[in-house]
Design a binder for this molecule. Structure first.
Ligand SMILES: [Zn+2]
Ligand SMILES: [Zn+2]
Length: 345
């Protein structure tokens, strides 16, 4: 089968290759990939600039849905024909503090799909039973393929942050992750203001269509002034930083109210200067999320099934797998919103 393979460490070293079809071992399922999303982190793998273990040669891709076509010995909960999506933690040690307390996304030796274990940029992918989540009937395959980025947001925004109805929540970065966070903030009954740069004009227009209470164009509009005017001078109750831009983090620490919450959802490209004393002066509660755990996956599927979150409308373009290079270019240049790859036979 054709697969997009990271075949060596270092920048680049990615190619469309002919690889053997995988076979399900004990407790595993072979999934026919029906839809796959290209993630910003796939670009980080391409450029080899992410602090998550990459073990080449590896088939890339970790956001997908599909149909089970074969099950290995001992797999009982699923059968061929089942529509599924799959968790990105393929293996974790099971014995460390993080694993034993259920935080397997934080296991130091975990192996991630598309990084250290073959992923979904291919016709077939083999996964362990504990990675599988069944798609509800109401969730189509394209929506289901985007459960993974939604689960990242659910983990960071609903599991690690407390958002209450009536909160003023500021979101920086109107990319796919920011727009999913927006939908979660609205589902939680809070007020959402989403901030972007002039480059984000189209994405900010989508944010307004999708329920943002306000969108702010930075630096033309003064975010702190706007927040003060709409909160009686308090500032944001919650700040969700989804852009990975140092300026957005600096602004977040300044514009979040005393005893407010700041959550880092995006990743920065490297270290930068920040006035971290503000965390003490204002007693800010600062946290960040990476990946997801089982509850975030199930909650994501429930939110889609209930129609409270729509992931499908993020899928702006679909390209055949053979055009992966163009898809990666579009993600790099922020064209469209979510670029989907369609496996080819
Ligand atoms: Zn992703
Ligand atoms: Zn562990």
């Amino acid at each position: 089968m054709k697969a997009v393979v990271k075949f060596a460490r270092g920048p680049g070293h990615v190619a469309l290759r002919e690889v053997d079809e995988p076979r399900p071992g004990p407790g595993q399922a072979k999934v026919q990939v029906e839809a796959a999303g290209v993630c910003g982190s796939d670009l980080h793998i391409y450029h080899d600039e992410i602090k998550i273990n990459i073990v080449p040669p590896v088939v890339m891709g970790h956001e997908f849905s599909g149909v089970i076509v074969e099950v290995g010995p001992g797999l009982r909960g699923y059968q061929p024909g089942d529509r599924v999506t799959c968790e990105t933690t393929a293996e974790s040690c099971g014995t460390c503090l993080q694993c034993r307390t259920g935080h397997y996304n934080m296991c130091a030796t975990r192996k991630v799909v598309g990084y250290a274990v073959d992923g979904c940029f291919a016709r077939y992918c083999v996964v362990n039973e504990r990675q599988l989540h069944r798609l509800p009937d109401e969730v189509d395959l394209v929506s289901g393929a985007l459960t993974e980025p939604l689960a990242c947001c659910v983990h960071a925004v609903l599991d690690l942050t407390r958002i209450s109805a009536g909160d003023m929540v500021a979101i920086t970065g109107p990319g796919p992750i920011g727009l999913l966070c927006l939908q979660l903030v609205k589902a939680a009954g809070a007020c959402a203001v989403i901030c972007g740069t002039p480059q984000d004009a189209e994405r900010l227009a989508l944010a307004r269509q999708w329920g943002a209470d306000a969108t702010l164009d930075v630096p033309a509009q003064d975010v702190i002034e706007w927040l003060n005017a709409h909160t009686g001078g308090l500032g944001a109750d919650v700040w969700l930083e989804c852009s990975g831009a140092p300026a957005a983090a600096r602004l977040g620490l300044m514009a979040t109210r005393r005893r407010g919450q700041y959550t880092q959802v995006g990743l920065f490209s490297g270290p930068f200067e920040l006035d971290f004393s503000l965390v003490a002066y204002k007693e800010l509660q600062v946290t960040g999320g990476l990946g997801q755990r089982w509850p975030a996956w199930e909650r994501s599927l429930a939110l889609m099934r209930q129609g409270r979150v729509d992931t499908k409308r993020l899928a702006s373009h679909t390209l055949p797998l053979t055009e992966w290079r163009e898809a990666f270019r579009m993600v790099e240049q922020k064209q469209g919103l979510k670029i989907m790859l369609q496996p080819v036979d």
